[in-house]
Design a protein around this ligand. Structure first.
Ligand code: ES4
Ligand code: ZN
Length: 319
């Protein structure tokens, strides 16, 4: 039996497996510049975040209808449940779809169809977090928040993702203020490739409750002390960090040192179809590479429920 856990850092578009991508391409008459799944898989060699994002946005072209988003999400939930996930907080990137003429309603209703059946079908409770693409303008983010207003009952919070360096959190101050005023929770990717200063900014300017990645926090002792003192959760994604070359090899991943420093770490899968594993695979990989003890694995699982946007009693149910 896998450890029960919550997944807090998961891009639904990053769960698009090559087989489903080709099936949806055929159904929707979308041409992919790869002969077959084998050739596509060979393209999964990344040198940094941007080289991954290029493929991630390209492959999304196959997602067009509510049914596509529903099938994508249902397939993820089935895989996640098999690896012990009892609660999932799922990111989606509306701007990446709206740019292709797919309306935000199509995306959210499609995701929602799968989420509505998730507890019954998979035993997984869910939340949706809408991400803004930080390499697009603040105005575009604000328009996206506006477009999401009819669907706010489906969304627990907002996040910030895509190409980090050169797009500091402060760029999105106003849209995070507007999101907070609407009662939305706030998270942001920070310190994946960007410097510790971006983590400070995410906390101080955007008011985030969790930091997605936060990998580079360990470069700044004062920041570590603050994150420990305030028990700010970090949603780490170890296999992602290796595939995107943020760390050379898993054996050098800072997770073990971060736990030793008292940081509130969680382990997540990010874009599991691209990075070689779902969340249970990430748990196993760090256990083996870093020699984590069973008690540390339990701490990671417990942290995932504590850091989730769940009512207290709901969170306890998964433990
Ligand atoms: C992402 Cl790994 C990662 N980093 C930033 N933005 C993303 N969007 C999807 N995966
Ligand atoms: Zn991510």
């Amino acid at each position: 039996m896998p450890l029960p856990k919550a997944e807090l850092h998961l891009h639904i578009e990053g769960t698009l497996e090559p087989e489903l991508a080709f099936a949806l391409a055929a159904r929707n008459g979308v041409e992919l510049p790869y002969a077959d799944t084998e050739e596509l898989r060979k393209a999964y060699q990344f040198s940094d975040l941007q080289s991954f994002l290029d493929l991630y946005y390209e492959l999304m072209a196959v997602l067009r209808t509510e049914q596509d988003f529903e099938e994508l999400t249902d397939a993820y939930l089935e895989r996640a449940a098999a690896q012990g996930v009892r609660h999932a907080e799922i990111f989606f990137d509306p701007q990446a779809h709206m740019a292709r003429g797919v309306g935000i309603g199509t995306v959210i209703e499609g995701l929602g169809r799968a989420l509505d059946r998730s507890e019954e079908r998979h035993g997984v409770s869910t939340q949706l977090i809408m991400c803004f693409l930080r390499d697009q303008s603040a105005e575009s983010a604000m328009e996206t928040l506006e477009a999401a207003k009819p669907y706010l009952n489906r969304i627990v919070g907002v996040g910030l993702d895509s190409a980090e360096v050169g797009h500091p959190p402060v760029k999105f101050r106003e849209v995070y203020e507007a999101a907070a005023a609407l009662g939305l929770r706030r998270v942001a990717h920070a310190g994946e490739e960007g410097p510790p200063a971006y983590i400070w900014e995410a906390l101080d300017v955007l008011g985030v409750e969790r930091v997605d990645h936060g990998l580079r926090a360990m470069e700044d002792q004062e920041l570590v002390e603050r994150l420990v003192r305030e028990r700010v959760p970090l949603t780490l994604c170890p296999l992602s960090n290796v595939r995107l070359r943020a760390v050379d090899v898993l054996e050098q991943h800072p997770l073990g040192r971060m736990l030793d420093a008292g940081l509130m770490c969680t382990v997540n899968s990010d874009d599991p179809a691209y990075f070689g594993g779902y969340v249970g695979d990430n748990f196993h990989a760090v256990r083996d590479a870093l020699g984590l003890e069973l008690e540390q694995m339990r701490v990671l699982a417990r942290n995932s429920f504590e850091a989730a946007f769940l009512e207290h009693d709901e969170g306890r149910r998964g433990r």
